[in-house]
Design a protein around this ligand. Structure first.
Ligand SMILES: Nc1nc2c(c(=O)[nH]1)N[C@H]1C(S)=C(S)[C@@H](COP(=O)(O)O)O[C@H]1N2
Ligand SMILES: [Mo]
Length: 178
């Protein structure tokens, strides 16, 4: 009798903690599920000559170290309107494969591709962005992934050579062996 009276409130506390915990876990999951595509769909493939391909979902990308940088988006031709882009530094992408490289080549859904030299990654560490101003990007909004350079902070990057490296609708990154 006595033990039951003690146990019940205790169970209630345990249950409350469990509910709070799963709500907290659910919250981080809900973030990715706001994306206009399934969070568990592969969005990025990274290949290298001497490494198995690495295939990542949005959820896996979001589990990686991220940073936010300010830049306008050259394609929209509105250099007055800056956005905050959140994504994975290309230096982190390179850590996924062990390949001596001279840089990477970024491939888009529309078959556009462009190389990014290793020097850019060292000097400017551009990101593969999966969010623009807090929103995931549909393919019709140049998503799901866009290479973004820190155009706001570095005026010297505002030129066509760099814009051509800001590949949108990214689906694949090839690490170019040295
Ligand atoms: N997916 C994809 N990304 C791309 C391109 C493209 O055609 N497809 N063009 C590149 C070039 S050459 C530039 S200058 C900028 C701006 O593209 P725009 O040709 O649409 O102005 O995006 C770059 N990223
Ligand atoms: Mo361009």
């Amino acid at each position: 009798m006595v033990s039951q009276a003690v146990t019940r409130p205790l169970l209630r506390v345990v249950a409350t903690v469990l509910v709070a915990f799963s709500a907290a876990v659910g919250l981080s999951g809900a973030q990715a599920s706001d994306a206009p595509y399934p969070a568990d769909r592969p969005v990025l493939t990274i290949t290298a000559a001497h490494h198995e391909p690495v295939v990542l979902t949005l959820q896996q990308l979001e589990a990686m170290p991220s940073k936010t940088i300010g830049a306008f988006f050259p394609n929209l031709n509105d250099s007055d309107h800056s956005s905050q882009w959140r994504g994975i530094p290309l230096s982190e992408v390179l850590k996924l494969v062990d390949e001596k490289n001279k840089g990477i080549s970024v491939f888009a859904l529309n078959n556009y591709s462009h190389p990014i030299p290793a020097d850019d990654i060292t000097q400017y560490d551009p990101i593969v962005a999966y969010q623009r101003d807090g929103n995931y990007m549909a393919v019709r909004n140049y998503g799901p992934l866009i290479v973004i350079y820190p155009l706001d902070d570095k005026p010297n990057l505002r030129n066509q050579d760099v814009y051509a490296r800001m590949v949108w609708q990214v689906e694949k990154i090839v690490v170019d062996a040295e």
